[in-house]
Write a protein that binds this ligand. Sequence first.
Ligand SMILES: [Zn+2]
Length: 489
Amino acid sequence: MGDESEVRAAAGRSADVVDLDGAAVIPGLYDAHIHTANYARGLSEVDLRGVPSLEAALARISGHASRLEPGAWLSGGRWNSNTWDRPVQPDRRALDSVCPDRPVALASVDGHTTWANSLALRVMGIDRDTPDPVGGEIVKDADGEPTGILRESAAYPLRDLVASGDLTDLLRTAQEELLALGLTSVHDIDGEDCRAAYLELHRAGELKLRVHKAIPRDHLEAAIAEGRRTGQGDDWFRTGPVKLFSDGALGSYTCHMSEPFAGAPGNAGIAVTPYPDLVRLIGTASAAGIAVATHAIGDQANHLVLNAYEAAGGRAGLRHRIEHAQHLRPADIARMAGLGVVASMQPVHCTSDLDLVSSLLGERDLASYAWRALLDAGVALAFGSDAPVEHPNPFAALHAAVTRTRPDGRPPGGWQPGQRLTFGEALRAHTFGSAYAAGEERRKGVLAEGMLADFIALDTDPFAEAPDALLRTEVLTTVVGGEIRWARS
Ligand SMILES: [Zn+2]
């Protein structure tokens, strides 16, 4: 660190000189919440983001099906019927009309609703007599027949049924995409298969991206039995927190609110994990040295998670966190600060969801995507993408954090602009903040002596340009551990 003469003096004759021709250099970006296995698989699945109608979705599905092996599952999705020209809930019959002869299961953009065809329901053993599972719903029509819509845990059996390519190969490809976006570290939220694949890449010396790997709730007991603890590992691969769910998502009407959604009397969302279980799981994990990251979107979910963190008591320096923390009771912000709970948030969720927030949550006293209020109250903010729910490009997140507008400039001046951050604050949340959430702030997140040499060079200087320049910013070089791991050719 320092000017050229200082660096030359410190490095001595053996140093390589890389002239970046005046490019801006910032710390490597750190995604605090990303599903890299799903993202990697998604690179080969049907992608329904941005389709304008049900008909357009079916056309894309039919085109994708024609490229698959006969009988193979068709998966992917990211559909959002709220944005179609006729915002109807789709059903199995629509899928059957283009894809009758292979099972099809397509997750909604937030991952909390699955749209399946008749064959997929048959393979899953779901018919009119199947009861709803705990924490989920098999939607049925007026005649009692399943419509093909599965909510929350009703879709879990698909995890074992839908196969895709070798995950190690897929992640080897995906890490190149992430490095090209300027990401040098990730908190991965996917499963144990993803952990195994990363460890295989690490053993082979092929891991170029640093990974903090969450533990799925279903694997908590096994992880404890094998002595796993948060922070264990080396600078390339560490064990992260256990991931719990307290509710669902807004677009699926499953986030847990203190009052029903506008226009949906009696529906205030779903508590995915009953409160006593939440307290017990947090206590069990903490006692074993495992931090807890709990998904909470609705205000009631966030309130209960804070209660549970408080009730579970002693946690010996572990950094518990709330994933998303989207809609908070204003009084819970100070509690979150007091409890030292990290807010792991995804700025693009705000700009993607804002129409939905206005229509479903209306005029309530809520702090929504309240980055400014959280920061001012002293809550540690860690930013990420939640890819593949959103694109993993961290510059899109920084733009959303600084402007609270969509890339098309809507709404002018930003949605609830009082909650905007400065570029410096947003960058800190996407670097240092994510490192802090992982207990790595002495190794990562700022450019200083003694840190791991993880940094990126950019084609624009975001500190000098207007925020809209972030939408066009491209990474020139990505350095992880002092070595160039990716460079624009
Ligand atoms: Zn997620």
